[in-house]
Design a protein. Structure first.
Length: 126
């Protein structure tokens, strides 16, 4: 069977978030997508700004409130928000609330951190 529980997947710290890959080459062996769950602590920003040159990403806010930046435009997000990061679009996510933000991220076709394109010189607009 291809069933796992999030708690069974190692959590890895990355700048601004803690990440667990639920579907990738090391967990559920999906062929056409990858999925991770991230936790973003209050006041933290997922960084650096990045894009996915070979994939699109859809995120769904499970809990929390914050802001998202896509190609320099900023919008508010909250529990229940779904956000599409189109292929190649530079983006960031910030937790502006006072509780942990939990987000599930879907990528198609599948990707991993090696395929992210990083933009260290881009900051979240204030």
């Amino acid at each position: 069977m291809t069933i796992i529980n999030e708690s069974e997947v190692p959590e890895v710290a990355h700048p601004g978030r803690f990440m667990r890959w639920l579907a990738n080459e090391d967990s559920l062996p999906a062929k056409n997508l990858s999925v991770c769950v991230i936790r973003v602590l209050p006041g933290e920003t997922v960084r650096p700004a990045h894009s996915h040159p070979n994939s699109e990403e859809l995120i769904y806010i499970i809990t929390g409130t914050g802001k998202v930046m896509i190609e320099g435009e900023v919008g508010d997000v909250r529990t229940g928000s779904a956000i599409l990061f189109e292929q190649g679009k530079v983006h960031m996510l910030r937790n502006t609330g006072d509780t942990e933000m939990k987000v599930i991220c879907f990528f198609a076709p599948m990707t991993n951190l090696d395929n992210y394109k990083m933009f260290e010189d881009i900051s979240f607009p204030e």
